[in-house]
Each structure stands twice: as C-alpha cells, then as structure tokens.
Unconditional design. Structure first.
Length: 473
C-alpha cells in the first residue's frame, strides 16, 4: 500500500472517503453533494456508522466519527473499510480530510486503513487480497499533513510487525526468528545488536533464563538492541517477555494452550517500538532486551522444587514451572540494571491470568515505584486506546515470595494477588532502580476482535511507548 499526499495527477479511483463528525454532516452534504438527499436516519455521522452512494465512476463513502471521535474509534472506522468493505475497492482510494484536519485523527485514519489490509491467512494456498499495490491519495490542506503522514506510515509498519510476531505459529515464530529479526532490523536502522545463544548466555550467568529453556530443542536467544542518538538527554531501558510458546512446563497448562503462541506479546511490543523509535530518529537513547525461549517439556525440563541461580546472584525456588515468564524477565532486568545506566526501565509481559481477572480485556495492569512515570504511562496510552491502570506493590506483598530454601520463590501458591506478587518478584531483580514500571499485558496483547474469527494480536504497547518516550523528552 502506497500513500501519496495531494498528488498532482488525479489517478483513477474507485472509492472516495470522507470522515465526518456528527455536526459536519448537514453542511458538508449541502456544499458538496446537493443532489443527494440523505435522511439522518440513514446517516447521522454517529460513531460506527457509514453511508455509501455512487457518484459518476466513484463510490462515495461517508464515515461517521461521532461527536467527539477518539483515536481508537477513528482507527477502527478506517480499518473496517478494507477489512469489511474491501470489495468496494476496485481501483485506488482517495481520503479527504478537508473537514477533519486534526493531526491525531489523520494519523489514526492512515494507520487504520493500513491495518485493514492485514489478514491471518499466512499459509492459505489462496490468500485474500492484501492491497499491496493499492495507492491511497490523501487530500489535506493542513500544513502538518506531510509530517503526519510520515509518522503514521512508520507507526503502521511497527504495528504490523508486532501483529505478525504474535500471530505467527510457534513452529515459525521461534526464538531464532526473533533473533534474526533483531539482526536484520539493526542493519536497516543502524542499531547495535547483541545476541547470546545458549553457550554465551551460560558464560554470562543468565541461569534463570536458561533454566526455562532446558526443556526445548529450540535454542534460546537473549537479545540486546541498542539505539543511540547524539542529541539524547535520557536513556530508557525496555525488557520484553519472549516466550514463543508456553506449555506450562511440567506444571502443564490444562486449558488455553492453543493460544500460548501469544506469550511473547511483550517481546513484540518492545521490539516493534524500538524499530519505530529508531525509524523516527527520536532523540533518546534506548536499550531493548528480549530474553526469548520456548517453555517445553522433555527429560531435561526444569522441575518444580528445583533451586536455580540467576544473573543477579539471587537463588530462586521453583514452585511452579508455569511461572516461567518472570524468570526470564528477572535475568533481563538484572542484566539491564548492571550493564546500562538508564533513567527509566519498563518491562512488558503477558504475565498472569490474575491481571485478566482484575481488568478483563480493557487495560493492562500497571506497577511502578515511580508515581510520575506511572501517571505518564497512563496518560500516554489513554488517548490512543492502550489503557493501563495501577495496582499496588506494597512491601507486605513481597513477604508472599519468601522462600525457606532460597532467596526468593517464583510463585506464592495462592489463588490471590497473582499479578501483584508477580510484580513484586520482578522488582526484586531491579536492584532498587528508582524509576521502574511493569505492565502485565496478558489481557490486552492478544484477544477477540471484530476483524478476525479467532483470537489475534493487538500490537498493544507500540504506540504507547512512542507517546511515552516523546513525553519524557
């Protein structure tokens, strides 16, 4: 799909789209299509409404945005155009923003249209039309239109990468796949990539990370991506959980295992966000760490009741092998803290069912020892539909993770405060870093959607991280 801003030559178009707020409908129609009599009952401009009619050789599509359109509602409105009305598109498309030139809504429109071409039929013999050669002409008088278009295209590319990572099956999306992606992206965007295989991770002392990988034939990969910008005044550290498939280990999952290819949603978020920030050349220094493994079962798999070591030097009692994500994150966080001087640290992980039990599929569970950072994370995601809400990590919860045989245990074994105790476990490996936040995205990284028949990725965290980092500058 190619986007063109105010192209001089008017190419053949089959579909012209006009996004309209409710209060714009009447005046717009009288000024532009006086011959059309459209009853308010047919099209009022309300959210989730549309109206189409033929005009010469075109189809005119009026998209209702409602009274106060949100970023997410606009993105979804445009995504529906190709995802659900794609058969209308015989030639190219023209988007007209003369009525709605707000930069954020224009950005959401372009991203939404691009996402509408995304399908899950990766391995079907006959794939759906992906609109790869589709040209989209954007008509806008806004002086910010060029800047908005370039930004939107890069956000779209990053979101598509995050969706693909989560939606690909685990025989394709392996730890090696993510490592190769990091290498390829580093060359394209002048990042520095370090990849530790099993042997190198062993020499580095990443024992908790390696313990989870023991049961899989797939080689674990510890990924480090560094983005450096000469004008940067801050350094942000990101860590993403990269369990490419989670059987639960010997504490095998009894339900929902089919969806555990999504257990690397945190990795997808931070890797795609790193791509996005580097492509936009945001003036920040960024270090992204992704410990990626498959949690499988064989004769070498780690056992409940084992005591394992970790990069931080803390010993860990294994109570539950299905609490594996926090183990690889523990080594990722400890490695980041020891080897890099960062102003803020954020980790993203599909960590607990408890987060889903608390918030459903509406928002991520947010934990932080920095109230200012916590508030900025909330604000950065709220406007774009990537919500998060804070939960406490009081010191009383840390007692739940006490072990008699080791420094800490990986699970408290109780049907309560699961997301909170998981967060307190992670905090123990941050070496008291003063500005750390953990987002448990189990309920928002992968789920039901109007655009797919099965659960699929959401790219949660990519846009949030961009907004947050820009606000932190």
């Amino acid at each position: 799909m190619q986007f063109q801003l105010n192209p001089k030559s008017k190419s053949q178009t089959s579909l012209k789209i006009f996004p309209l707020r409710s209060d714009q409908v009447s005046d717009f129609l009288s000024q532009n299509f006086p011959q059309q009599t459209i009853s308010p009952l047919l099209f009022s401009g309300k959210e989730n409404t549309h109206y189409a009619f033929s005009n010469e050789s075109h189809i005119i599509l009026l998209l209702g945005l409602g009274d106060s359109p949100s970023y997410k509602s606009v993105e979804n409105a445009f995504r529906r155009v190709l995802a659900k009305q794609g058969d209308w598109v015989k030639e190219n498309i023209e988007l007209n923003f003369s009525q709605t030139d707000q930069a954020d809504l224009m950005e959401a429109s372009i991203i939404g249209l691009g996402l509408g071409a995304y399908h899950l039929d990766f391995f079907k013999k006959e794939r759906k039309e992906l609109f790869q050669k589709l040209k989209v002409a954007i008509r806008s008088n806004s002086p910010e239109a060029k800047k908005t278009l370039l930004r939107a295209e890069k956000i779209l590319d990053a979101k598509l990468e995050a969706l693909l990572m989560v939606d690909l099956p685990p025989n394709v999306l392996t730890p090696k796949y993510l490592a190769d992606w990091a290498k390829k992206t580093s060359k394209k965007l002048s990042l520095k990539a370090k990849i530790f295989d099993r042997k190198k991770a062993k020499s580095e002392g990443l024992e908790a990370f390696l313990a989870v990988a023991r049961g899989s034939a797939k080689e674990p990969q510890f990924i480090v991506l560094e983005y450096r910008q000469p004008k940067a005044k801050k350094h942000i550290g990101l860590v993403g959980k990269g369990v490419t498939f989670d059987t639960g280990g010997l504490n095998v999952k009894t339900q929902g295992m089919h969806y555990m290819k999504s257990d690397m949603g945190g990795a997808a978020a931070v890797l795609a966000a790193t791509q996005l920030i580097a492509s936009l050349q945001v003036p920040i220094n960024l270090t992204c760490i992704v410990p990626t493994v498959e949690n499988a079962i064989d004769k070498d798999a780690y056992l409940p009741s084992e005591v394992i070591e970790s990069y931080s030097g803390k010993s860990i009692e294994i109570v539950d092998t299905d609490a594996e994500g926090r183990l690889i994150l523990a080594d990722g966080l400890a490695y980041l803290v020891k080897n890099y001087q960062t102003d803020h640290i954020l980790d993203f992980a599909t960590l607990t069912g408890s987060a889903v039990g608390t918030f459903g599929y509406e928002c991520a569970a947010l934990f932080s020892n920095d109230e200012s950072l916590s508030k900025q994370i909330q604000d950065s995601g709220m406007g774009i539909g990537e919500k998060s809400w804070p939960l406490p990590i009081w010191k009383e919860y840390a007692k739940e993770m006490d072990s008699e045989i080791a420094d800490i245990r990986n699970y408290h074994g109780k049907p309560l405060a699961g997301a909170i105790t998981a967060a307190t476990f992670l905090q123990a490996f941050t070496n008291e870093h003063p500005s750390w936040a953990h987002l448990d995205i189990a309920g928002v990284a992968f789920g039901d959607s109007e655009f797919t028949k099965t659960k699929s990725g959401t790219s949660y965290g990519v846009n949030l991280l961009l907004n947050l980092i820009e606000n932190l500058l």
